[in-house]
Design a protein around this ligand. Structure first.
Ligand SMILES: Cc1cc2nc3c(=O)[nH]c(=O)nc-3n(C[C@H](O)[C@H](O)[C@H](O)COP(=O)(O)O)c2cc1C
Length: 350
């Protein structure tokens, strides 16, 4: 059995040294469906939406509610986890106007993205490419902070630089001086993309140089990674990205470990995971066109198979399938019979 996250988590988070565990924004992967599933599976202090791109116009309210339907539900997932909304852009006044409008919807927080390495985004001066311009970062943060005027928490997420890390501390200080109340630091440059390692000691340097809380991010896939990140960054608060998608119980495992609680689940706890896969598939089918649904499931299974043997089998079974209907049959059968036995590769041929 997984150590039950819900009953103990409230007492856990009230402990003085409880770490903050945040669910990372992941465009194209962690949308409202995945946020719901992952926050049902384990408790996070909050999650952050994929970025809303701001470029020259005042976005309509429905743009924000499309990215964050949770805004219509008190900015919380079904499990009650707060959802913060992320903005990406480079024009301070326009970012401020949009933050002001977004604040009308009372999000659980507003976050700014200075970490996206995607060429299409960077070409339009968005995301990580701005890290070479600390003055601009400071200006964006200051104008956004003034526009929000304390109505909602205001945070920023950054990488260590564009090509190198020489201006990492300066960039962080500019964001903090501009009024960001917390920084999440993904410990890699834009150039380093998602290649390991993450340079956790750099997060320590940044945390020493700013007077706001800092959250460590990057390459935490296991409890051991969390412990190493904590040792190297000196921080206990972390944001989990791909690791949380690959193991929906990772945050719970970290909490179990820190409480030295007996009964933490074994790593490969397929039985506990199955209802969440089911819920995800239901959500995907409701939201996306049928032809895109199999791709979403494959994307998740591709990460899950790092940790779950049965996910590997299921992944291999659905990989060649293009029709949602065919995936549905495999999934139903697979999820339904795995207690008994069954090799999904066999099922796939029926
Ligand atoms: C597919 C994908 C989409 C992402 N989208 C966003 C995003 O919209 N906003 C953001 O700030 N970071 C985004 N990130 C970066 C993650 O939030 C996180 O910083 C990064 O994956 C490192 O953490 P990890 O090693 O735990 O995954 C994305 C990462 C991935 C892999």
């Amino acid at each position: 059995m997984l150590c039950s996250d819900t009953p103990f988590a409230s007492s856990f988070t009230s402990l003085p040294n409880a770490p903050r565990l945040l669910l990372a924004p992941m465009e194209g992967m962690v949308d409202e469906i995945m946020r719901r599933v992952l926050t049902d599976a384990t408790e996070y202090d909050w999650c952050v939406t994929e970025f809303a791109r701001v470029s020259g116009t005042l976005l309509p309210l429905r743009f924000f509610t499309r990215i964050a339907p949770e805004l219509l539900e008190g900015s919380r997932t079904a499990a009650g986890t707060p959802v913060r909304v992320q903005l990406l852009g480079s024009e301070p006044a326009c970012m401020a106007e949009n933050a002001d409008r977004l604040a009308e919807l009372e999000p659980a927080g507003i976050d700014l993205n200075f970490g996206c390495p995607a060429p299409t985004v960077n070409r339009h001066r968005g995301g990580a490419v701005l890290l070479d311009e600390p003055e601009l970062l400071g200006d964006i943060a200051a104008q956004v902070s003034r526009a929000i005027a304390g109505r909602v928490p205001f945070t920023a997420k950054m990488r260590l630089g564009v090509q190198d890390k020489s201006r990492a501390v300066e960039a962080a200080q500019a964001l903090a001086d501009g009024g960001a109340q917390m920084l999440v630091v993904h410990a890699r440059t834009k150039e380093e993309g998602y290649r390991p390692p993450a340079h956790w000691p750099w997060i320590a340097r940044i945390a020493e140089a700013v007077n706001i809380p800092v959250v460590a991010n990057g390459e935490i896939w296991t409890v051991d990674d969390y412990l190493r990140c904590r040792a190297e960054s000196g921080l206990r608060d972390v944001m989990l990205g791909r690791g949380a998608v690959a193991d929906p119980f990772l945050a719970a495992r970290i909490r179990c470990h820190l409480r030295a609680q007996a009964g933490c689940s074994p790593d490969d706890d397929w039985h506990a995971l199955r209802p969440f896969i089911h819920a995800f598939w239901q959500g995907v089918q409701r939201k996306v066109e049928a032809r895109h649904a199999p791709g979403r499931l494959k994307q998740w299974l591709n990460l899950l198979r790092r940790n779950y043997t049965q996910a590997e089998l299921l992944y291999q079974a659905v990989r060649p399938l293009r029709e949602a209907h065919d995936v549905q049959i495999i999934l139903q059968t697979f999820i339904g019979v795995m207690d008994v036995a069954g090799d999904v590769r066999e099922l796939a041929h029926h």
